[in-house]
Design a protein around this ligand. Structure first.
Ligand SMILES: Cc1cc2nc3c(=O)[nH]c(=O)nc-3n(C[C@H](O)[C@H](O)[C@H](O)COP(=O)(O)OP(=O)(O)OC[C@H]3O[C@@H](n4cnc5c(N)ncnc54)[C@H](O)[C@@H]3O)c2cc1C
Length: 461
């Protein structure tokens, strides 16, 4: 990981965006950012705060990419229900930098994993690592020896600093460390699927350990779960766009880049509205779109091949609007052995009473059902598990078939640097410690921006 984790500044209320740094010495620098998702906007803010002229091109009408808000039936939804962790320091810091307020923007919950009627793990407010050890040793739904196995596993991983000599599947690592099948089913697989969107049999043990290192093994606040009270476009990308404009930057929505043309003066970006010349570009689209844009450029064939080799995992979000009095026992609740994996009560989180978001991550049998069958199945599970006998007023299934790359063993993810030093790559799929997450996307944007500002040719100037 190149980007350094920085510590969150203390939350301020009614926060104004942090004023730009306005460093000078960037003559001739003009950066085009392709893609207005979390990676692209993180890169753009980082460059603009230093006084570098930046233009963001976003093909959609709105910013946010896979983490964007949308309207359905006069209700504000997201492209998929998302959750952040307290250890997502870069994302949280940037949200504050562009004017957000973490305490107001999120419902902050202490680490609590509840699989309804089956399993519960709750972290008490103790200094690390005691919060985790007590949580594991007091988890309900496991035998004493299984709880001990879980605590021993975390201690063994601490001892090796969460670093494996060789990557392997998460399942292999858990088996080597004598984790009982119930423990895998109730604790480790749900964590692995939520964090890596990849089942334990396929998932990279090293990436899972990176996540465990920064979340469960971090401080109590690192392991906290942050559920947004506002939609994901409003949370960061829309604020970032305002921030950019205040720094003299430009954001062009509904303006997709059709081609990248390297030339003697830098890089030309072609859109339906014309061509624009830049000294550097950061391609922060999804992986498939990056491969499409890079494909005609022979110097970028290695990066294109690496992107083409990635495979993907889906995430389905089933939104169910019940009458306003319907609520869940917790703001976030899991089901065991059901299609529905995690349920979010948007009433408790964002005052959207009666709205339940049901998340089904990674590949599985649910993909064999059509949207009507899937929402019927989920409604039946809510009835069986929680006794919710009322029917939803409406339902909406959002299926992201390529939600994230499949985070598998020894994956060769493309680097942010390419064979053309003025073309940088950002996006959650690029090389880094994290799986496809908002924090991974933001860190990739920071890495690409830093590569430009620390480029030897600029330092020489
Ligand atoms: C349903 C779902 C649930 C998720 N849940 C979580 C979660 O709980 N926690 C978490 O941390 N992460 C979660 N993720 C992952 C997270 O959303 C992504 O990792 C992150 O949003 C990726 O950001 P990005 O900027 O790398 O890419 P993207 O969001 O894909 O952004 C790329 C942008 O580029 C634009 N673009 C594409 N081609 C062009 C072009 N030619 N010209 C201009 N613009 C272009 C796209 O329109 C898009 O806006 C989830 C993802 C999904 C889909």
């Amino acid at each position: 990981m190149v980007a350094k984790l920085t510590h969150l500044s203390p939350p301020l209320s009614g926060r104004e965006p942090t004023p730009p740094l306005k460093r000078g010495g960037w003559e001739g620098l003009r950066v085009g950012v392709i893609g207005g998702g979390y990676a692209g906007m993180a890169a753009a803010v980082t460059l603009a705060e230093q006084g570098i002229p930046v233009t963001v091109f976003e093909s959609a009408k709105q910013l946010g990419g896979r983490a964007r808000g949308l309207q359905y039936n006069n209700t504000q939804l997201d492209n998929g229900q998302h959750i952040l962790l307290g250890c997502y320091r870069n994302t949280l810091k940037l949200i504050e930098q562009v004017g957000g307020n973490i305490e107001q923007d999120f419902l902050r919950l202490p680490l609590q994993l509840t699989l309804h009627n089956r399993f519960e793990l709750k972290a008490p407010q103790l200094p690390a690592p005691f919060h985790l050890l007590v949580a594991l040793l007091t988890a309900q739904g496991l035998s004493f020896s299984q709880r001990l196995q879980a605590a021993k596993f975390m201690l063994a991983m601490r001892k090796i600093h969460f670093q494996l000599p060789l990557d392997m599947s998460a399942l292999a690592l858990l088996k080597i460390n004598m984790q009982h099948i119930d423990l895998i089913e109730l604790l480790w697989n749900p964590i692995c699927i939520s964090a890596l969107n990849t089942p334990v049999e396929k998932a990279s043990a090293q990436v899972l350990l990176n996540v465990l290192r920064d979340s469960l093994n971090g401080s109590f606040s690192d392991s906290e779960m942050l559920l947004p009270r506002l939609d994901f476009s409003a949370l960061f990308p829309d604020r970032a766009a305002e921030y950019l404009k205040s720094c003299g930057g430009t954001v062009r929505t509904a303006c997709g880049v059709e081609a990248i043309v390297p030339n003697n003066d830098g890089i030309e970006l072609i859109t339906a509205e014309g061509a624009q010349q830049f000294s550097h570009i950061i391609c922060a689209t999804s992986s498939a779109n990056a491969a499409r844009l890079f494909q005609p450029i022979s110097e970028l064939s290695l990066t294109t091949q690496q992107i083409d080799a990635l495979t993907y995992q889906p995430i389905y979000t089933v939104y169910l609007q019940y009458p306003p009095h319907v609520k869940l026992p917790h703001p976030m609740l899991g089901f065991d052995r059901c299609f529905s994996q995690w349920l979010f009560d948007k009433g408790q989180i964002a005052n959207q009473h009666g709205l339940i978001a049901v998340v089904i991550s990674a590949e599985g049998l649910h993909q064999e059902l059509d949207h009507v069958q899937l929402s019927q199945k989920v409604v039946a599970e809510l009835c069986e598990q929680l006794g919710i006998t009322e029917l939803p007023l409406w339902q909406q299934v959002i299926a992201e078939k390529r939600a994230t790359f499949s985070c598998e063993v020894n994956l060769n993810r493309p680097a942010h640097a390419t064979s053309i030093d003025t073309i940088l790559l950002a996006g959650d799929y690029t090389a880094g410690d994290y799986p496809a997450t908002l924090e991974g996307a933001v860190m990739s944007g920071l890495r690409a921006a830093n590569a430009i500002t620390t480029s030897p040719s600029l330092v020489a100037n």
